[in-house]
Write a protein that binds this ligand. Structure first.
Ligand SMILES: [Zn+2]
Length: 631
């Protein structure tokens, strides 16, 4: 147990070397008063915050009186967490009061740490767990020392070694680490909780990987022998629950991916290592290089969870896993594929928080939202959502279906595959092995008394005809098509064999969509649009003049990309009388599109530029998503 009474009057810490083993005398807190040269204590922090103009003097005095009581309650709360043996810091204590800051906002731990960094002449950083090299952390510092001092090794920069720490006055850590590493150490300031969490993850994950490597025969083990070792080790041909290190490592990777809001997790065999990458907001990030020896064990564990055949490594397989994450059930789709250096697995996450949204959260402008709401309120008709794979069509369809689902309405779907199970819907998956394509299932479904039907995709003649037929006979039918814009959906349906007359009668409208990455709010900067970008976006010189845009500089929050999160951009075409006549007269997509635009339809690019003007996205994103080829 740690001493309870010493803090907040903490002694200057000892300067013991950080060894590989935990040492009892490192970072111990004594009963004396810290001096100006030593570690930060509460009094000094309060003085500093008052001096920095963040905290009112009177509030500081008041806080000082309430500090001891508050500290005990924070310590009690921490006892039930994995950080029970780690002290509450002065910054954590002050932040827990949520005092109003001078100027505006509250005094958060981030603001305290920023003020501390300024006062100490250090850099302030946000810890990005994806950028932390877990191998380096584990090899540089002992877990006990790292935890005690909340010190997170980040790596070499220009002949210095950078360590993130919550207390920039921890000169003992600077000196000890510098002596140990043989080069100067730079301390950068970060939030204590972020440092401790990242340390915890790095040490726990690496410990599991290390234990797994040891069990599986060390890093030199040949690939071929490994499979046998895995089998011998578990007394059968399946890796199961008793291989706890691998189990925990996989569990950690899945949860970590969910915490980072990743859409996909890749575990890839390379020549000498196994590489783990995450896709976040559409972009892949390297997160781990693991010893090759654990690769097959990780893959086998994931395959076991998905009930796949772990002995089959030459044929691609796919399966599903359901896990509870933060009290929400998340569906994971697993796909395996043989590659040059072994078997690769991709895990795709179907997070209901992302897939199921309210219609008004998708990014539709209010006039567009009104049109879409109007479509789904109709008792019958056909609504098509178009766009390439990964453009958010499924989310839009689910959101639309949820808006109409009620106890009095039978909502039925045919999907390939079911992306997310939604209690209110009756969902059926295409199964070509059993001869159950969209065409066969749609025919069957019509005998199931549906009100609203969602067909995952229209890609054959029979499905196209049946979808129109269903819309004609009193059903609201929603589906997707692979066309670049809304007007082309009509030509595509006719190409597929839909009767123009019936299509003109039943079709309510089409919605084309894409996903735009949003500008990072933490680092965005405003400026005029570059003339060449304005030209590329097809803007008139007059329009471009004074057109302000936001671009992300790149920061820790957005991992240096300047972009964070995504939002839909739409082209909503309602089939009114004019357009119906054009469809009947055999007009092509260009003519239909022009007419729709003349009567108020915003094209994808216009909608994207409108989002650009609102500072939601960057010029490069608008160009990327609405490039000529993609339109
Ligand atoms: Zn940023």
């Amino acid at each position: 147990m740690r001493p309870r009474s010493a803090w907040p009057r903490r002694a200057a810490a000892t300067t013991t070397m950080p060894g590989p083993e935990p040492r009892p005398d490192v970072g111990r807190r004594g009963a004396g008063q810290a001096t100006g040269a030593g570690r930060l204590d509460l009094d000094r922090l309060l003085d500093l915050l008052v001096e920095a103009g963040l905290l009112e003097h009177a509030l500081a005095v008041d806080l000082r009186m309430k500090a001891a009581l508050k500290l005990r309650s924070l310590e009690r709360a921490r006892e039930r967490t994995p950080l029970a043996d780690v002290a509450v810091s002065p910054a954590e204590l002050v932040a827990s009061f949520r005092l109003p800051a001078r100027g505006q906002g509250t005094i958060s731990e981030q603001r305290i740490q920023q003020a501390l960094a300024d006062a100490a002449g250090c850099r302030y950083i946000t810890v990005d767990p994806l950028r932390v090299d877990a191998n380096l952390v584990v090899d540089t510092i002992s877990q006990a020392y790292a935890r005690k001092n909340a010190a997170l090794p980040l790596g070499h920069v220009d002949g210095r070694f950078v360590i993130a720490i919550d207390d920039p006055y921890a000169n003992d850590v600077r000196e000890a680490m510098s002596a140990r590493l043989g080069i100067p150490v730079e301390l950068v300031v970060a939030v204590r909780g972020d440092i401790l969490r990242t340390l915890e993850e790095a040490f726990r994950f690496r410990a599991n990987v290390k234990a797994a490597v040891a069990e599986l025969g060390g890093p030199g083990t040949d690939f071929g022998n490994l499979e046998q070792l895995v089998r011998l080790g578990t007394g059968g041909d399946s890796l199961d629950g008793d291989d706890s290190h691998v189990v925990q490592a996989v569990d950690f990777l899945l949860r970590y991916a969910l915490d980072q809001a990743a859409s996909d997790l890749h575990v890839e065999p390379k020549r000498v290592a196994s590489r783990v990458r995450l896709r976040i907001d559409g972009v892949l990030h390297n997160v781990h290089e693991l010893p090759k020896v654990v690769h097959n064990a990780l893959i086998s564990r994931i395959k076991t969870l998905a009930r796949l055949d772990i002995a089959e490594k030459r044929r691609p397989q796919d399966g599903r896993i359901k896990i509870a994450h933060r009290e929400v059930e998340v569906e994971l789709r697993i796909s395996t594929m043989p590659t040059a250096f072994g078997e690769k697995v991709v895990v795709r996450f179907f997070d209901p928080g992302v897939l199921l949204q309210d219609l008004d959260a998708l990014g539709l402008f209010s006039d567009e939202l009104q049109l879409v709401r109007g479509f789904v309120r109709r008792p019958n008709g056909l609504l098509l959502v178009t766009g390439p794979t990964g453009s958010g069509k499924t989310t839009t369809l689910y959101s639309a279906l949820r808006a109409v689902a009620s106890p009095t309405v039978n909502v039925a779907t045919i999907e390939d595959p079911i992306e997310m199970v939604v209690e209110e819907f009756n969902q059926t998956a295409v199964n070509l092995k059993l001869g159950l394509g969209f065409d066969v299932l749609l025919r069957t479904l019509l005998r199931q008394d549906p009100d609203v039907i969602m067909v995952g995709e229209i890609r054959d003649a029979e499905t196209a005809r049946n979808a129109v037929q269903a819309a004609l006979t009193g059903h609201l039918v929603l589906s997707t098509l692979h066309t670049n814009d809304a007007p082309s959906s009509i030509a595509r349906m006719i190409d597929l064999g839909a009767e123009p007359f019936l299509l003109a009668t039943t079709m309510l409208g089409a919605v084309a969509q894409r996903l735009l990455r949003k500008v990072c709010l933490s680092c965005r900067e405003q400026g005029p649009i570059a003339p060449d970008v304005a030209v590329a976006l097809g803007m008139e010189p007059r329009e471009a003049e004074g057109f302000q845009v936001f671009v992300g500089r790149g920061c820790a929050v957005c991992r240096g990309t300047g972009l964070k999160g995504r939002i839909g951009v739409f082209e909503v075409m309602a089939l009114d009388e004019r357009l119906r006549k054009l469809v009947l007269s055999g007009a092509d997509a260009v003519e239909i599109g022009r007419t729709a635009q003349r009567h108020g339809m915003r094209t994808l690019r216009e909608a994207a530029i409108k989002k650009l003007a609102l500072g939601l996205t960057s010029p490069a994103e608008v160009l990327r998503v609405t490039a000529e080829g993609a339109l």
